[in-house]
Write a protein that binds this ligand. Structure first.
Ligand SMILES: Nc1ccn([C@@H]2O[C@H](COP(=O)(O)O)[C@@H](O)[C@H]2O)c(=O)n1
Ligand SMILES: C[C@@]1(CO)OP(=O)(O)OP(=O)(O)OC[C@H]1O
Length: 157
């Protein structure tokens, strides 16, 4: 059994789609990044890489590589999980938290869980996603961006 944790932050930017957990969320801002900037999937990918002792997503998908420009983070996560599967692991469960003052995530939590479960070839019950504001404190509280954290457990197949 292996455990990993991940954390990521992206700033808001005008005229970008907001992608979170592989789901497109209607909002006046998207997140700035080299890829689609899906901060939740990045935190989950880092948790998975951490669990198998394989560094972080910046090492596997450098933001200096034009091949990853505008990348769909769902595909990056699929590649990361394939590494874990090739090492003989399968997802036990994962738990993630989105820290965002706005927008309201509640309507999108189940679609995010469904998409993440699909990427891990897992059951919905193995994936939990939560959201919290930071009570208007700090950069997330001022609405400057979104952060996400994730922890996951891998089990031997
Ligand atoms: N962007 C967000 C933030 C929070 N929620 C939901 O609201 C609940 C209360 O949040 P507090 O930060 O005030 O504790 C939280 O438990 C989430 O269910 C949300 O949907 N979207
Ligand atoms: C995903 C990658 C690669 O496109 O770029 P970003 O979208 O900027 O994301 P970040 O979490 O800053 O780092 C990982 C990157 O290398």
């Amino acid at each position: 059994m292996r455990i990993g944790q991940g954390f990521d932050v992206h700033a808001f930017e005008k005229d970008r789609p907001l992608m979170l957990g592989g789901v497109s969320i209607p909002y006046e801002y998207g997140l700035k990044g080299h890829s689609d900037a899906d901060v939740l999937l990045h935190a989950i990918a880092d948790a998975c890489l951490g669990a198998i002792g394989e560094g972080d997503i910046g090492r596997h998908f450098p933001d200096t590589d034009p091949a990853h420009a505008g990348a769909d983070s769902a595909h990056l996560l699929e590649e990361v999980y394939a590494l874990a599967e090739n090492k003989g692991y399968t997802l036990g469960n994962l738990d993630a938290t989105i820290i965002a003052q706005k927008p309201k995530m509640a309507p999108y939590i189940v679609p995010m869980r469904e998409r993440i479960a699909e990427l891990f070839h897992a059951d919905l019950s193995q994936v939990n996603v939560k959201a919290t504001t930071s009570e208007r404190l700090g950069f997330t509280g001022r609405g400057e961006g979104i952060s996400a954290m994730a922890v996951l457990l891998l089990e031997s197949k």
